[in-house]
Structures are given as C-alpha cells and as structure tokens.
Design a protein around this ligand. Structure first.
Ligand SMILES: Nc1ncnc2c1ncn2[C@@H]1O[C@H](COP(=O)(O)OP(=O)(O)OP(=O)(O)O)[C@@H](O)[C@H]1O
Ligand SMILES: [Mg+2]
Length: 302
C-alpha cells in the first residue's frame, strides 16, 4: 500500500487527507528506511491527523502517546498492576501455593502495558502506527528514554527480560516547537516541517472535508485565510480553523463572503480576544476598509 510516493498520496486522499509531494515523500522514506518521522509545524496544520489517517489507511492498529510535563516510563511503557498483585498475594496466602506465587506475580498478566510497549508487542502482520504526540510538552529526560527505545525497538523489563518488536511500528512524533527537541533524538528520525498550506492545498482540503461547500465560497475562505496569516497575530489560524470557519458559513447558508458574515464568525478564525481586537483595529477597520479587504480577497481569485 505504501509502495510508492504516489500510492501514499492516493491512499491518504481516500481517507480525506491531502498530502503534498514533500510530505508524501518523507512518509514513504520513513517506512522504507524504517525510521521514525518527526513532524514539526504550527498548531492545526495536520500533524496529528496524519498519523490517525495513516493507521486507518493501512487498516492497522493506532496507538497514541500524548506527551505532557512529567510523563515518565511508567505511563509510556509499562507499570506493574500493584492492586492486582496484592490481591493475588492475598489469594495465594489463603490457598498456600507460594511456589506458584513466586512464578506468576511478575508475569505479563500483572503488567499494565502502556502505548510504547503495546506498539512493540503488536503482533502484526501490519505494523502498528505509534503516534508520540506533542513531544515538546514532555521533559528532556523523557526524550533520553525515547532515544533508547527508538534505537532498537526493544524494552527490557527486569522481572521478565527483553521484549523485542517482531514487527517494527511506524512511529510518528510531533512537536509544536514550544521548545527545541534534542538533536540526538532528531538524528534518529526523518524530519519534516508542515507549513501553513498554500492556497491550492487548503482549497483541496476544504472541498474534501466539506463536500457540501460551493467552490466559490471555499476559494474565498482559503484566500481570506491566506491573507490573514500574513499578519502578525498571536496565533495565526491553522487548517482546523479554516475548516471550522467554512463549516460555520455553510451552517449560516452563506454562498459568498460578506462583511457581516465575517464579523459574525470571527470566533471560528481567532481563538483569543487579543487577536480579534488586532484584526478589527489593524485589518478589518471601518466600513470602507472591510469592503476593500473583501474586494482584494475576491480579486485574488480571478
Ligand atoms: N492535509 C490535510 N488534509 C485534510 N485535513 C487536514 C489536513 N491538515 C489538517 N487537516 C484538518 O485539520 C484538523 C487539524 O489537524 P491536526 O489536529 O492534525 O493539527 P495539528 O497539526 O496536530 O495541530 P496541533 O499542533 O494543535 O495538535 C484535522 O482535524 C483535519 O481535519
Ligand atoms: Mg496535534
């Protein structure tokens, strides 16, 4: 299914994910070379969605590890199920089978398998897709731990031994670059930056995700967003906002952009008051300025 770059583009398109050539290429190489894919980019540009869609496209298991401050191996890899172990000990005390207890108490049945172990133990035949999402939120110690795991896809549990992946998972790591991820980790991955989409890509996404939208409105929305992103907002809108906005305009039965519709739906484009005020003051302005802005958006489509 992932036998060529074109096959990847087509397979993802079937799942309504629009991958441009550079992204499809790096994804192809990631699985061909057996290397994790490290994706960075602004919020809402499709990093997480790529992993979700890839698993669906391959009809395989999707395993997600959401990173956060304080994340450690017990939440990422495994943890002993202490309450169950204690229960078992009490039970065996009653039954008096101490030999059996010693053998079983650190067996897999008392292990809580967290995402990385689940991915390593996935039996196949297709590799699991392991998403390690928003790595920049985790601490640097966690990166060091990941380095070890990603180096050889094996995990050593002192009480059990070393567990090796029979089928290496397809690993996608994402980051919003709130801090730099260590070079040593990046070195083990293929890197790709997902930028805000060019007009053609965003238009394709909107048409794909919202089949009910008319071409004209979709094009206006995408041109408008393209322009908005040239301004210095606290948080520029991503594709997620474009889709929300387009869906909102559809719900309001709009066929084309007008000042009133934009004003009524600003909360779909900007997610904080400071940006809304900045937009109103610096970009949107008075009646004449708004008309000009919309005119320029529409002219850019000709
Ligand atoms: N290339 C694409 N094709 C189709 N839909 C897309 C694409 N990129 C983004 N989307 C849509 O945009 C939404 C946001 O994408 P996603 O959540 O993957 O962004 P993200 O980069 O992970 O953002 P964050 O950094 O905030 O987690 C998705 O739900 C998806 O519907
Ligand atoms: Mg995400």
């Amino acid at each position: 299914m992932l036998s060529s770059i074109d096959a990847i583009t087509e397979t993802l398109a079937v799942q309504h994910y629009v991958a441009d050539r550079p992204l499809a290429t790096v994804l192809f190489l990631s699985q061909a070379l057996g290397k994790p894919l490290f994706l960075e980019g602004e919020p809402g540009v499709g990093k997480t969605e790529l992993a979700v869609v890839l698993a669906r496209a391959l009809d395989t298991v999707f395993i997600r590890l959401q990173c956060y401050e304080g994340l450690d191996a017990s939440m990422a890899l495994y943890e002993w199920n202490y309450p169950r172990q204690i229960l078992e000990i009490k039970l065996q005390e009653v039954c008096g089978d101490r030999d059996r207890l010693a053998k079983t108490i650190f067996g897999e049945e008392f292990l809580i398998k967290r995402p990385i172990l689940q991915a390593i133990q996935h039996p196949g035949p297709r590799p699991a897709v392991l998403l390690i999402d928003e790595l920049d939120r985790a601490d640097e110690e966690f990166e060091a731990f990941l380095l070890e795991v990603l180096a050889d896809y094996q995990v050593t549990i002192p009480e059990i031994g070393t567990l090796r992946a029979h089928v290496k998972p397809l690993v996608i790591l994402t980051s919003n670059r709130t801090r730099d991820v260590h070079d040593a980790l990046k070195r083990r991955c293929l890197y790709h930056w997902i930028d805000y989409p060019v007009f053609e890509k965003e238009y394709a996404i909107v048409r794909n995700r919202l089949p009910a939208i008319e071409g004209e409105l979709a094009a206006e929305v995408c041109r408008f967003m393209e322009r908005v992103r040239t301004e210095d907002f606290l948080k520029r809108p991503g594709i997620a906002e474009t889709l929300d906005w387009a869906a909102a305009l559809l719900a309001l039965n709009r066929h084309t952009l007008d000042a009133e519709a934009v004003e009524a739906t600003l909360g779909c484009i900007f997610k904080n008051q400071q940006d809304i005020l900045l937009f109103r003051d610096a970009v949107w302005g008075d009646h004449g300025q708004r008309a000009d802005y919309l005119k320029q958006v529409k002219e850019a489509l000709c």
